[in-house]
Design a protein around this ligand. Structure first.
Ligand SMILES: Nc1nc2c(ncn2[C@@H]2O[C@H](COP(=O)(O)OP(=O)(O)OP(=O)(O)O)[C@@H](O)[C@H]2O)c(=O)[nH]1
Ligand SMILES: [Mg+2]
Length: 457
């Protein structure tokens, strides 16, 4: 695979730290010529003769022109991130200085790295498999504890180990069936079909569990949208402000205050919730702008992951609430009703709304309980389990194909189809397992996956 890739033998260089001024800036250099390139601009020591995993302070020089005083970290193949010789240069964090150093590296034989090329090399040199490489990008993009944990688990190989184990077991059986094909004249069965059915059942369960985890995976990666809807003056904007802990939306006693939707993000125990404050829904308003807002609110009911129906507990007859909830449920099943203004609650109503959570958006009571409910609705309970969570759509699509082939295999065994036909289904299943980890892959697909990384990673 290596020789087929264009530019594979080049020594690559990139600035690895983000653009802008910082205390330090780090540049990376990887490839066969890494030591030759750095030596030309770091004259004070012979770096090739230094032991691996050591640090060296000195001046970078472009001819007689001093560029910076830097620290060089030195890694020798194969014990490096990419599996090649790698030099990391920590220089002073001026974008100008970093650019000068990069230019000097390129003038002395390196080529500018493409996005994700360091990690792509690590993958091609088998330092990590494709799921682990993708987890590196996920870790860099993570912005919550949950996303960080999921990425770390995958980076350390949790998911790939599981897939490898499944693949091994299937391969074992597949080779027994292939063996039968060699003896087809003699009508022998090396692969015990009952055992095989049990194995397929087992693998299917694991695959289904992984497929089901994608819902949570999506929550972890993309967050959860919560549309706060209700009649004008229910206190929706007040609730948004209280949840955010800031005065984001205008609150007033005038019905129809909020016209357009307002979106803000909060983090509840490691999950991001996108709160959407909407225009209060009333059927007859003479105000065109308000009516446009109402149309938008209705759209949000359909699109949101969770609908939070907020009502003024003193203004809502119980039968009407039921009617409204039934109507919303036709658009979105994931709805909770929340009784607001509990601070001025008419005591009798506590017995009427037994299923509702009571809050006071204004005073901040019941808000923690509401947060816990949102967290639970998003599937937060399974967040801290040791189970592997699928967060990647590519993995999900391949797992769905695997599940399909497993069903084919199962019905094949039940219907006692011949070994050669069974083999086709097993190979299909193996193909998709290998596609997830990158054992089966093509260059275009890899380029696409790694192009999503940042430069220098
Ligand atoms: N007593 C009490 N008043 C509240 C509470 N929450 C909101 N209010 C008041 O209710 C009025 C309307 O609040 P808003 O937050 O603007 O209501 P809204 O649902 O956003 O209204 P629209 O944007 O018009 O749809 C304001 O006067 C708030 O101060 C509460 O928990 N208790
Ligand atoms: Mg409002």
């Amino acid at each position: 695979m290596q020789s087929k890739l264009s530019g594979w033998n080049d020594t690559i260089a990139a600035i690895a730290t983000p653009p802008g001024i910082g205390a330090i800036g780090v540049l990376r250099l990887s490839g066969n010529q890494a030591f030759d390139v750095i030596q030309k601009i770091f004259p004070s020591k012979n770096l090739k003769e230094q032991p691996a995993n050591t640090l060296h302070v000195g001046y970078l020089k472009d001819g007689e022109n001093v560029l910076d005083e830097v620290v060089i970290s030195l890694f020798k193949k194969p014990a490096s991130y990419t599996g090649e010789d790698v030099i990391e240069i920590s220089c002073h964090g001026s974008p100008y200085v970093q650019q000068q150093v990069l230019d000097a590296l390129i003038r002395n034989g390196a080529r500018l790295a493409k996005a994700g090329e360091f990690t792509q090399r690590a993958f091609l040199n088998k330092k990590l498999d494709l799921t682990q490489a993708e987890a590196v990008a996920d870790l860099i993009a993570s912005n919550t504890k949950a996303a960080q944990n999921a990425a770390l688990k995958n980076m350390r190989g949790g998911f790939s180990n599981l897939l490898h184990a499944l693949r091994e077991e299937l391969i074992k059986f597949s080779s027994l069936i292939e063996l039968e094909l060699d003896f087809s004249e003699e009508d022998v069965e090396f692969a015990d079909r009952h055992q095989f059915s049990l194995l397929i059942e087992n693998i299917s369960q694991t695959v289904n569990k992984l497929l089901n985890s994608f819902k949570l995976g999506n929550v972890i990666k993309n967050g959860v949208s919560v549309a706060i809807v209700g009649k004008p003056n229910a206190g929706k904007s007040t609730l948004l402000n209280t949840l955010l802990n800031e005065n984001r939306a205008i609150v007033s006693e005038i019905a129809g205050t909020t016209r357009d939707t307002i979106e803000e993000v909060i983090n509840i125990k490691g999950i991001l919730f996108r709160l959407i404050d909407t225009a209060g829904i009333r059927e007859h308003s003479a105000d065109i702008i308000e009516n446009m807002g109402v149309v938008k609110s209705k759209e949000k009911i359909k699109q949101a992951d969770i609908v939070l129906y907020l009502f003024d507990v003193n203004e809502m007859p119980a039968p009407e609430l039921k009617e409204i909830m039934d109507e919303i449920k036709q658009q979105n099943q994931n709805v909770i009703s929340v009784a607001n203004k509990a601070d001025v609650l008419n005591r009798k109503l506590k017995q009427v709304f037994v299923n509702e959570i009571f809050i006071s958006a204004k005073e901040g009571t019941g808000i923690e309980e509401l947060k816990n409910i949102l967290f639970a609705l998003a599937g937060g309970a399974s967040l801290n389990s040791e189970n592997i969570v699928i967060t990647n759509a590519r993995h999900y699509a391949a797992l769905a194909e695997i599940s399909r082939s497993l069903k084919e295999i199962k019905s094949g065994v039940e219907n006692k189809i011949t070994g050669d036909l069974l083999s086709i289904d097993i190979n299909r299943c193996l193909h998709f397992l290998g596609e997830i980890t990158g054992e089966v892959s093509n260059e275009d697909r890899l380029d696409y996956i790694f192009s999503k990384f940042c430069i220098g990673k």
